[in-house]
Design a protein around this ligand. Sequence first.
Ligand code: ADP
Ligand code: MG
Length: 322
Amino acid sequence: MSKKEENKEIKEEKEEQSLTNLPGVGAATVEKLEQAGYTDFLSIAVASPAGLAEKIGMTASAARKVIQAARSSLDMGFETGDILLEKRQQVEKLKIPSENINQLLGGGFETGAIVEAFGPYGSSKTQIAHQLCVSCQLTGGTAVYIDTENTFRPERIVQMAKAAGIDPQEALKKIKVARAYNSDHQMLLAEKIEELIKEKDANVKIVIVDSLTAHFRAEFVGRGTLADRQQKLNRHMHILSKLASTYNICVFVTNQVMAKPDMFFGDPTEAIGGHIVAHNSTFRMYLRKGKKGTRVAKLVDSPNLPDSEAAFVITEDGIKDV
Ligand code: ADP
Ligand code: MG
């Protein structure tokens, strides 16, 4: 298939999912829907008629029709266990040179999942992101990197690639990096990733958003805007989550934890984005500095793995066990 044909195919698929296919929904309503956070069929399918009617300014019966149409066009049914097992068998576990961290995650960074690394400044979130870009190439994968803090360093990739026995120039060619200038730009870039994934022989195995939350935190200040921020962040993570499961990719996101000097009780390691980010992440790793320059990763809230810890170090060659 030529590039042009492929692009056409992508466009056609997009059109098929367009909200304008819903009954009584034109461009103006789509805009209202999107502003209210209803960006895809699923978000509409699970909405309540009264809620949708109020937010969009349509009658309840019109809202009901829209919801019904969204539901029937979605494959929202049950799947049999054997199909689910088959999907599970396609899951790959991407390994980095720290066996401690791999084991903490049950064997490696899972494709089809979102892995969130949260921790204070300097806890190695970005270093692990770089490591994943290199390590995924050992099994033929490539990486996509959304850099929001301008901390991606090709020089660091060169060091890690050399240590992994990969030609550094080749390694760099297999990492597509985009700098995101604000949260809207970041969300737009996330939507573009699908096109990169579909490119011939792309074999994207890892998608990185480093940092997931920095722009959101900076742009939405004050209590009044918190709900807006959470809604937008939720939408962003929804897109990432869909990429992970549709294309069997590991999405690695980083989240800086703020020190809360006014907090004496409760969890001091609470991450930005609160339950929205936590809910959307399949694996959550808390990173902190340990003794003598080491780092410690702790798995939290995992549904099927023990909450345990792994110690590691950052070396010139990359992430290694102590
Ligand atoms: P975060 O993203 O969590 O803020 P980073 O991933 O940027 O933190 O981690 C920064 C740490 O990585 C620093 O302590 C720095 O010393 C260490 N580091 C960066 N590059 C190297 C290297 N080439 N060799 C050893 N340590 C490094
Ligand atoms: Mg960082």
